[in-house]
Design a protein around this ligand. Structure first.
Ligand code: ADP
Length: 445
């Protein structure tokens, strides 16, 4: 479908299939993170800045006042509860607002203030007196485009002359009718149609182009190509900004195609660490035995909140049903739920409405729930070949014990093979995993 801005076809991932039958959907994960995000994500790392012209002075701002924003825009920023620029914004904002315009590639994990930064840049960039599209922003999906739009609308609340339009599937206008909105946000397919086929936007008049979630964008071949085609319609004078949460080589190669002479800003992810986490394993016979061990464990500890990981959807469903029967308040995060339903489950868990969250790996990939103090691997994380999946193990349990807090991780071991995997994990991280007798939990105290 040539008009389809939402491409359903996804890359094959080399045949990789998640154990519980879900395919990891980067756009969904990103949306989920946005839906559950309340505040900035912290990072103790320094921002790395690479200037296109290393001889030009490097500016950074500690306050929003320093940016000399229009008063009504500054009011909008403060109205959102932002007191000062985030780490990435300190450097990115002056660069995005510099004269003459500069191109920028910025990478930092989700939640570090990228969307707010380019929303501010767009609002500041437009000339409200001109009633044509000046800023164009593309995002991988309809839902993600709407999320950005909401930020712009909120931030631009006191700028009544600045108008916003969504170039998304279903928004139809007569061919040749020109948009008067200064800012357009959309998905690549529709934006491309609006620029070329329907001529709602004159791409030669675009002076600021934003490509958000580049890593998610290139995950879909069609979006990658459409983005490049949009880029080619723009003029050399148009300012280009590209954002990404991760930065593999593929993202980098793509970024170089659509952002000439870029400045580059990067903020490394806060690494997960096992340093503050006590790791244990419990020997069990089969799943009923694991269940009993889990109940003993849970009953004897005064736990704040726990996350329990299962290998399959089916196991997660079985476990949550049995825990509920035992009188525990349990939330289940499962593959067949919509993003909104997942966000709701996580929200309730965060607010302490449930103490236990049962989930599969795929469901919780990439989401941060920080207050968890106990992680249980009801099933061990293994890769396709049945070997220890060290990275997943780290990601599961690394979420506890963040920012210096202490955390516990308990893994259920139900066979000699599982024991072998535990040994592999121990060796990989060079950290001891202590045997725990579930009827004697003094070791954990
Ligand atoms: P990203 O695009 O990197 O995922 P966002 O721009 O969505 O990050 O910001 C993450 C969260 O932090 C949002 O809830 C946003 O409202 C908030 N936020 C962004 N910038 C600031 C700031 N300067 N001060 C306080 N909160 C901020």
């Amino acid at each position: 479908d040539i008009n389809g801005n939402i491409v359903t076809q996804r890359p094959d991932n080399g045949g990789w299939k998640a154990p519980d039958g879900d395919k990891p959907d980067l756009a969904e994960q990103s949306l989920l993170n946005k839906l559950i995000r309340r505040s900035l994500v912290r990072s103790r790392h320094q921002v790395e800045v690479l200037q296109a012209d290393p001889t030009s002075p490097l500016y950074s701002v500690k306050t929003f006042e320093e940016l000399r924003l229009k008063p009504e825009l500054l009011k909008g920023v403060y109205n959102m509860g932002f007191n000062r620029p985030s780490r990435i914004q300190e450097n990115a904002l002056p660069m995005m607002m510099a004269q003459p315009p500069q191109n920028l590639i910025a990478q930092s994990q989700s939640g570090t203030g990228k969307t707010a930064a380019f929303s501010l840049a767009m609002l500041s960039h437009v000339n409200p007196a001109n009633t044509w599209t000046q800023c164009l922003c593309i995002a991988p999906t309809y839902e993600l485009a709407l999320q950005i739009g909401q930020v712009i609308e909120q931030m631009g609340k006191f700028c009544p002359d600045v108008k916003l339009a969504y170039a998304i599937r279903g928004n139809r206008m007569e061919r040749g009718v020109k948009l008067e909105e200064q800012i357009v946000i959309g998905t690549p397919g529709t934006v491309l149609d609006w620029c070329s086929k329907y001529k709602h936007i004159d791409p030669k008049k675009i002076t600021l182009f934003v490509l958000d979630e580049a890593d998610v964008m290139i995950d879909t071949q069609g979006h990658r190509d459409q983005s490049i085609r949009i880029y080619r319609l723009l003029t050399r004078a148009c300012q280009m900004l590209l954002f990404s949460a991760t930065f593999e080589d593929s993202v980098w190669r793509f970024a170089e195609l659509v952002v000439p002479d870029p400045n580059i800003i990067r903020l490394k992810r806060e690494e997960e660490t096992l340093d503050t986490i006590k790791q244990f394993y419990v020997l069990c016979k089969e799943k009923e035995d694991k269940f009993t061990a889990l109940c003993n464990l849970y009953g004897s500890l005064t736990i704040a909140q726990a996350m329990i990981f299962c290998h399959t959807r089916k196991m997660a469903a079985w476990l949550s049903t049995h825990l509920i029967k035992e009188g525990h308040q349990v939330a289940l995060l499962s593959g067949e739920m919509t993003v909104e339903q997942r966000a709701c489950v996580i929200e309730r868990f965060r607010n302490g409405k449930e103490k236990v969250l049962v989930t599969t790996n795929v469901c919780s990939r990439g989401i941060d729930v920080e207050q968890v103090s106990l992680v249980v691997n009801f099933d061990l994380p293994v890769d396709m070949d049945g070997n220890a999946d060290n990275e997943t193990y780290l990601h599961r349990i690394g979420r506890t014990g963040r920012f210096g807090r202490r955390g516990f991780a308990v893994t259920m071991v139900d066979s000699e093979r599982s024991m072998g995997i535990i040994n592999q994990i121990e060796m990989h991280f060079n950290r001891r995993i202590t045997k725990l007798d579930p009827s004697n939990l003094e070791e954990m105290e």
